[in-house]
Write a protein that binds this ligand. Structure first.
Ligand SMILES: N[C@@H](CCC(=O)N[C@@H](CS)C(=O)NCC(=O)O)C(=O)O
Length: 211
């Protein structure tokens, strides 16, 4: 199997962090997403959503979407479990993955694509459709982040990680919420001390060291 990725891209790094955490080494094909290599053949037809990362299995099947790639790898490399062990833990990890992706990471990624000049002609990931960048996405992301963290803060007391006392794939997604906020210069709301502690724990973690 082969992973197609772009090492500086946050979504590429989400899978790299997962591999680091499990100490797995995969064959990686580097596709420069800034130059649009994933939009050229043969990659274009391999993954019709034209984004990185994607995983090609030995039988030719292609799996894209960070969490789906990680889910597949978890099945092959079950230790250390990052999607939870018991049925209850797995549901809690799934809940946090969805909350983080829908309410924080996706709005932040839209904000980056709609404000950072580098993304001017690629506002929609995996396309080169000419669409005007709209600053409202940044304002909306800030509103969503404030609400998201106010909720997370209340839910966090007594926990080391977002799902409880174990590190999971949801923490990896959470780490990229913080790195994207840094890029956009968005602060964690002042009153969210549990969230700040979580961020500090993640930034010290060995599997999450990127330059
Ligand atoms: N929902 C996808 C998002 C993947 C994505 O947006 N990848 C970006 C890199 S971070 C990409 O391929 N961008 C290509 C482009 O800018 O055209 C996932 O979770 O894997």
């Amino acid at each position: 199997m082969k992973l197609f990725s772009f090492s500086p891209a946050p979504n590429g790094r989400r899978v790299t962090a997962f591999l680091n955490e499990k100490e797995i080494e995969l064959d990686v094909v580097e596709l420069n997403a800034r130059k649009g290599e994933q939009l050229q053949e043969p990659y274009k037809s391999m993954n019709t959503f034209n984004c990185i990362p994607f995983l090609q299995l030995d039988d030719g099947t292609v799996i894209s979407e960070c969490l789906s790639i990680c889910r597949y790898l978890e099945g092959i490399y079950p230790s250390i479990p990052l999607f939870g062990e018991s049925n209850k833990e797995q549901a809690i990890v799934d809940m946090w993955c969805r909350r983080i992706e829908l309410d924080a990471l996706t709005p932040l990624f839209y904000a980056v694509r709609n404000t950072v000049p580098l993304f001017k002609s690629r506002v929609l990931a995996g396309s080169r459709i000419e669409i005007k960048q709209e600053k409202i996405f940044l304002e909306r992301a800030i509103d969503m982040i404030n609400l998201f963290f106010s909720r997370v803060e209340k839910d966090f007391s007594g926990k080391e990680f977002i799902c409880g006392d174990f590190f999971s794939v949801a923490d990896i997604s959470g780490f990229f919420v913080f790195t994207t906020m840094n890029m956009l210069k968005i602060d964690i709301p002042d009153h969210c001390n549990n969230v700040k502690k979580w961020r500090d724990t993640l930034f010290k973690r060995k599997s999450l060291q990127f330059d």
